[in-house]
Ligand binder design. Structure first.
Ligand code: FEO
Length: 404
C-alpha cells in the first residue's frame, strides 16, 4: 500500500510484512504476519517516528518520498532500539545526515552498539539528542512530548505523545502482530484483532506486568488525554483506544476467568486418554477448557489462551524419570512468563518408575502456580477405574478454577 494519512499532516510510512511467520528468534509465531509502523509528521519541522526492519528500508523511504523529500526530515525519533524499529535507521540517515536522532540514553547506547559495530552500515557522527520524560520538541503547530517507558519492553523503550492530537505513539506497547492493508481498528475484524493483542501481551509483556500496570497508573494520574494509540506493530486504535488500555490493565493484574488450559505430551496415547477424561470432567462441571497436545500445537497460541485462564493442567508420559522434551520446553517458557493467581495440577502415565508428574509440579511451583489438585499418575494405560478417577479429578479441579 502507499503512504496513509492517519491525521492531517501525519502519515503512516511503515511496512507490511505479510509473510513473516516467526518472530524474536522463533519465540513467537506470527500466523497473521505483522507490520512495522513508522509515522511521518509534517509541520514547520518534520519528524519521523520510528523506522522499520532493515529489509523494508526501501519501502519506507519510497513512502516518505510520496510525502516529502526525505532530506527535509529534521528529527528521527527512535522510541526503541530493537531492529524491527531501528533497522532502517542507517539507510534513512543517508538521506538526511543533518537530522537529529532522538531517544533515551539507553537507546543511544543500544543504537551505537547495534550499528557502530559494522552492521548493517557504520553509523557514527549522527547528532543524537537524549531525552527523558517530560522533554518536548516543538515542530511548529505540533509538539512531540516524550515519556520514558523502561522495560516496556526493553530498557531503552519510550513513548512519543502529541498533545495537540491526543495521539500516543507507544512503540511496542498495545501492538499486535497483524498484517493488514487497513490501518485502523474500525476497519478490521475486532475478534481477530483482540486475539492478536492478547497473544502479543501474553508472549511478550506478561512477565513485565507490574511495570505495565505502574505505567498505566502513571499515565492515568496525569490525566493524559488519549484519542488515538498508534503502536509500532499492527493496527491503530482510534474507535475506543481505552479498550486496549483497559484490557492491558486487566491482563497486567493477572485477572482470570473460570477457564482452564490442558497441555500434555504423550508417548503411546495413555497420557492423552487421561487428558481427554480430565477435560470431560472439567467441562461437565462448567469450566471452559482448551486442550492441546504440545508436540502438535503452536506454543504462541497456547500461551495466548493461558493469559486469562485460571487453571493450568499439565501432563506428560514419564521418560527417563522426567517428562517428555516438548512439554519440558513449554514449561520452561511458561515459567519465564511469571503467571500469577493460577492454580494447576499435573498428570501422566509411566511404565516402571514415574517422575514426570513430580517434575511438572516442581516447575509449576517455580513458575508461581499454586498446586490445586493431587497429581494423577497411572502405570501403563489407565484402566476403567483410573479413567473414572481422571474424570473425577477434572470435576474437582474445575471447582477450584471457579473459586480461587
Ligand atoms: Fe517490535 Fe521490541 O520490537
Amino acid at each position: 500500500m502507499s503512504k496513509k494519512e492517519i491525521l492531517p499532516g501525519i502519515y503512516w510510512v511503515g511496512a507490511i510484512d505479510w509473510n513473516v511467520r516467526n518472530f524474536h528468534g522463533h519465540t513467537y509465531t506470527t500466523k497473521r504476519g505483522t507490520t512495522y509502523n513508522a509515522y511521518l509528521i509534517v509541520d514547520e519541522k518534520v519528524a519521523l517516528v520510528d523506522t522499520v526492519l532493515h529489509s523494508f528500508s526501501d519501502e519506507m523511504i519510497d513512502r516518505i518520498k510520496q510525502v516529502i523529500p526525505p532530506e527535509k526530515i529534521d528529527y528521527i525519533i527512535a522510541n526503541h532500539v530493537e531492529k524491527d524499529h531501528s533497522g532502517a535507521l542507517p539507510e534513512i540517515i543517508k538521506y538526511c545526515p543533518k537530522a537529529k536522532v532522538v531517544g533515551t540514553a539507553k537507546c543511544k547506547d543500544g543504537l551505537y552498539k547495534n550499528y557502530c559495530g559494522g552492521a548493517p552500515v557504520r553509523w557514527t557522527g549522527q547528532d543524537f539528542r537524549t531525552v527523558k520524560t517530560g522533554d518536548k520538541i516543538s515542530l511548529g503547530k505540533r509538539t512531540l512530548s516524550f515519556i520514558e517507558a523502561p522495560m516496556l519492553h526493553w530498557p531503552d523503550s519510550m513513548f512519543t505523545y502529541i498533545p495537540e492530537d491526543a495521539l500516543l505513539i507507544p512503540n511496542d506497547a498495545f501492538g499486535q502482530h497483524y498484517a493488514s492493508g487497513e490501518r485502523f481498528d474500525d476497519e478490521v475484524d475486532e475478534c481477530g484483532l483482540m486475539d492478536e493483542a492478547a497473544k502479543y501481551y501474553a508472549n511478550i509483556l506478561w512477565p513485565l506486568s507490574s511495570i505495565v500496570l505502574k505505567k498505566i497508573e502513571d499515565v492515568q494520574k496525569i490525566n493524559l488525554p488519549i484519542k488515538i494509540i498508534a503502536p509500532s506493530h499492527g493496527i491503530i486504535w482510534r474507535r475506543d483506544p481505552m479498550k486496549i488500555v483497559n484490557a492491558y490493565a486487566g491482563w497486567a493484574k493477572n485477572e482470570t476467568k473460570p477457564k482452564a488450559v490442558i497441555v500434555y505430551e504423550t508417548m503411546w496415547g495413555a497420557t492423552e486418554k487421561m487428558a481427554r477424561k480430565i477435560s470431560e470432567g472439567m467441562t461437565d462441571a462448567g469450566v471452559s477448557v482448551k486442550l492441546y497436545d504440545v508436540s502438535q500445537s503452536d506454543r504462541t497460541e497456547i500461551i495466548g489462551e493461558m493469559l486469562d485462564s485460571r487453571g493450568f493442567v499439565l501432563g506428560s508420559s514419564t521418560h527417563g524419570n522426567g517428562m517428555l522434551p516438548s512439554i519440558y520446553g513449554f514449561l520452561e517458557f511458561l515459567k519465564g512468563l511469571k503467571p500469577k493467581n493460577r492454580t494447576g495440577f499435573a498428570f501422566g502415565s509411566y511404565g516402571w518408575a514415574g517422575g514426570a508428574v513430580r517434575n511438572i509440579e516442581n516447575i509449576l511451583r517455580e513458575a508461581g502456580v499454586e498446586i490445586g489438585g493431587t497429581g494423577l499418575s497411572v502405570r501403563y494405560a489407565p484402566d476403567e477405574n483410573e479413567i473414572k478417577g481422571c474424570y473425577e479429578a477434572g470435576r474437582t479441579f474445575a471447582e477450584k478454577c471457579k473459586h480461587i
